[in-house]
Write a protein that binds this ligand. Structure first.
Ligand SMILES: C[S@@+](CC[C@H](N)C(=O)[O-])C[C@H]1O[C@@H](n2cnc3c(N)ncnc32)[C@H](O)[C@@H]1O
Length: 358
């Protein structure tokens, strides 16, 4: 099995990310106030006539333009600064497989001020696509004022090589979880640290001194992996169900691992401090999901759709089975309808705001 290098969540129709991203939209609404704070700060400093904003891992659907819109609207609320700023460039990044066509079709209706100078504020908003991995350089040096990324950085550049090579086996789990061995959790932690530092180093080159970055990602509440939610084991249980039903080969279940890691606050802080280019303005932790009733049909369907959007791409690549998305969603729904010892997704959302050192 080749190393899983990337994830892609575009999809099509009813099972697409565009139609199943309400939970992530809730995360974005926590990020928006910090985007506003960043814009206010940038307005006070000497930003030249053109403000450049990037959303990294924008995906497609209603969320793809939400943070960019929040930034543009925040600029409009800064009248004195608007007198000096005539142009805003919005750069939308995701992996090349992302459905950028849909994103760009939505631009005219979603981004106020796009397509001509806005009569009220005199602003001109321009939008550009930037396909590629955010773990490398995407933009020219010293060009970006504000970088946002919501709910994307928990996706690693790859599954740790030791697991891809089969040197480590993560039985009963699909990423670093509470039942994983210390060697497996350490391999995931190293991969995250390496990726996150590469992310920070790339942005450090692309951002202007004093520029802001606002990031949200799935996290675990404490340093200890016992605080990790049951997501990695829950997915493995669904895969076991599919193997019992004969949908996938049982022999291929243990080698399925996701390029996913939920860090704790300490890990984020440590990586930022070691990389050294950014100062931490804030680091918040919020509950990810409101706890809902177990066995509720509507909630079970919604959670199953949510998991399918996250995992279908990876499952297709690993198991190479037609219709695996449907079977996976059905199995997930059945598990959500059944009794559970505890909640499965009790992780936190970590929101980090950073400022590029001068
Ligand atoms: C859960 S979606 C979040 C989308 C959107 N930001 C939101 O808040 O709804 C994660 C997105 O990150 C993208 N992604 C994952 N790894 C990436 C990488 N290395 N570079 C760029 N985008 C990446 C995926 O393709 C996916 O569209």
């Amino acid at each position: 099995m080749a190393s899983v290098q990337s994830v892609c969540m575009s999809g099509e129709g009813e099972t697409s990310y565009a139609k199943n991203s309400a939970i992530q939209s809730g995360v974005q609404s926590r990020v928006k106030p910090l985007v506003e704070e960043a814009i206010s700060d940038l307005c006070r400093s000497a930003v030249p006539g053109c403000l450049r904003v990037a959303d990294l891992g924008c995906s497609s659907g209603p969320n793809a333009l939400a943070l960019a819109s929040a930034a543009v609207d925040a600029v409009r609320r800064q009248p004195h600064w608007a007198e000096r700023c005539r142009e805003i460039c919005v750069y939308l990044n995701d992996l090349p497989e992302n459905d950028f066509n849909t994103v760009f079709k939505d631009v005219p209706s979603s981004l106020r001020g796009y397509g001509g100078v806005d009569r009220d504020s005199g602003l001109l908003v321009m939008v550009f696509g930037a396909p590629g991995s955010f773990y490398g350089r995407l933009f020219p040096a010293k060009t970006l004022h504000l970088v946002c990324s919501s709910f994307s950085l928990h996706w690693l550049s790859q599954v740790p090589q030791e697991l891809v090579d089969g040197v480590l086996i993560n039985k009963g789990s699909v990423s670093a979880g509470r039942t994983s061995t210390p060697a497996v959790t350490a391999a995931y932690a190293r991969q995250f640290e390496q990726d996150f530092k590469r992310f920070l180093g790339s942005r450090a080159e692309e951002m202007v001194p004093g520029g802001w970055m606002v990031l949200s990602l799935y996290g675990r509440p404490a340093n200890d992996f016992s605080s990790q939610d049951r997501y990695p084991e829950f997915i493995a249980e669904i895969l076991q169900d599919l193997a019992s039903q004969g949908v996938i080969a049982a022999a291929e279940v243990d080698s399925f691992n996701e390029p996913f890691y939920s860090p704790c606050q300490e890990e984020l802080r440590g990586a930022v401090e070691q990389e050294g280019s950014f100062e931490i303005v804030g680091l918040e932790s919020h509950d990810f999901l409101e706890r809902g009733p177990r066995g509720d049909a509507e909630r079970s369907k919604a959670m199953a759709r949510f998991l399918r959007v996250l995992d279908e791409w990876l499952l297709v690549r690993h198991f190479r089975v037609d219709g695996i998305g449907d079977a996976y969603a059905r199995a997930a729904e059945e598990r959500y309808m059944g009794p559970a010892a505890e909640e499965d997704m009790t992780g936190v959302v970590l929101i980090l705001s950073l400022r590029r050192r001068k």
